[in-house]
Design a binder for this molecule. Structure first.
Ligand code: SF4
Length: 385
């Protein structure tokens, strides 16, 4: 799709997992055809930015060759299957994913934003992630099919039955006029009698630092954060290509909706910590995990300022407790919503906007990076940021 900085190309890794070879191919593609940055979205997709119309066909060829994009464009229009990132081969999440994948063509034509969450572990991880139908686990351990926006779902007795019911509900959504609402959450028609919303999902696990998957050690490997939700191709290549006795064993990377990667097969020993490339985050307290920042200069031709340097400086000083958006220009590609503080590049300087979007009315204009820091240090209490 078109964006302020050229074409934006979104990759939906199958079951949210990229093999080492696929990730290396994606890194090469990002550098050859795009800006060299790889973004992770809140729907666990990977995005390349800064792609030109001229380079798009070559990029598609490379992505199809490595199984990162389906050769058939129709397949890419099917709803995304978002799997709980901690799935294991043969577990219920993985089984349902395979069954649903095999029957995906039985789904009706659905709105482009539709998604399906498969979250069949002992406790749901994806409750806050965007999806229209969910397959989860009830407290009784039964599988549950739940329409988004409804607190309860319908229990079923097997993965096959769960997939059957999900497909039937997708057809019901269309037949009952859901296309006009667009998303299941906004579709107010009462659920059909054959899909009673009778049973709540199991409770979520206690969440550390607001995140379902904590940074650090994980039974599958290690969870690492992406500052501002992105990493350079060079950083990811360094991660999986890190050469040492331990780190040589990285076998695959899983994407999550939480600006985090689950790196499979890395050692859980303390020695790995030293090998985490600097462009990744291991500390929950790092403010860059929550900040919004577009790539800025030199990655985007529309930008007259380098957003990421100032974002890092603000994070280091911990000047902002609220939400922050740094935008290279007034287009505001990284965030369409108002934030507590927004800094927008204009003619090589920053406009400072309180409680608005990148194109909002500034409270101060023409600031250099040091002016911004000085302004915030002086006005921090008054602004309550
Ligand atoms: S500078 Fe940022 S906001 Fe402006 S077009 Fe480029 S990516 Fe979008």
């Amino acid at each position: 799709m078109a964006s302020g900085d050229g074409l934006l190309v979104r990759v939906r890794p199958r079951f949210g997992r990229l093999t080492r070879d696929q990730l290396l191919a994606l890194c090469d593609a990002a550098e050859t055809y795009g800006s060299g940055l790889i973004e992770l979205t809140s729907r666990a997709n990977l995005q390349l930015r800064g792609v030109s119309e001229a380079s798009w066909p070559g990029l598609m060829e490379a992505l199809v060759e490595h199984g990162l994009v389906a050769a058939d464009p129709e397949a890419e229009r099917r709803p995304q299957l978002l799997l709980a990132p901690d799935w294991r081969a043969g577990d219920a999440t993985n089984q349902v994913g395979r069954l649903l994948e095999a029957r995906i063509n039985e789904l009706p034509a659905l709105p482009a934003k539709w998604g399906l969450a498969i979250d069949a572990g002992a406790a749901p991880l994806l409750s806050e992630a965007s999806a229209d139908l969910r397959i989860e686990r009830a407290a009784s351990d039964a599988l549950l099919v739940r329409a988004d926006g409804r607190a309860r779902g319908t229990p079923v007795d097997s993965p096959t039955a769960a997939v059957e019911l999900l497909i039937r509900l997708a057809h019901w959504f269309v037949a009952s006029g859901g296309i006009h609402a667009g998303r299941m959450r906004r579709h107010e028609a009462p659920l059909p009698p054959w899909a009673p919303a009778s049973t709540p999902p199991a409770s979520t696990l206690p969440i550390r630092a607001g995140q379902p998957m904590a940074l650090g050690r994980h039974p599958t490997g290690r969870v690492l954060g992406l500052p501002f939700g992105r990493a350079s191709a060079a950083t990811l290549r360094a991660l999986i290509g890190a050469e040492s006795v331990d780190a040589g064993s990285v076998s695959a990377v899983r994407v999550t909706p939480w600006r985090r990667l689950l790196v499979e097969g890395v050692p859980t020993s303390e020695t790995f910590q030293e090998q985490v490339p600097p462009g990744l985050v291991e500390s929950e307290g790092d403010p860059r995990l929550a900040m919004q920042a577009c790539p800025g200069a030199p990655h985007c031709e529309q930008a007259s300022v380098a957003t990421l340097g100032l974002a890092r400086a603000l994070a280091e000083r911990r000047l902002i407790a609220g939400s922050l958006h740094l935008s290279g220009c007034a287009k505001g590609c990284a965030c369409r919503q108002p934030t507590d503080l927004c800094l927008t590049g204009r003619a090589g300087r920053y406009d400072l906007i309180i409680g608005g979007r990148a194109d909002g009315t500034p409270a101060a204009t023409g600031l250099s990076e040091s002016d911004v820091i000085e302004y915030l240090e002086k006005n921090r209490n008054a602004l309550r940021l």
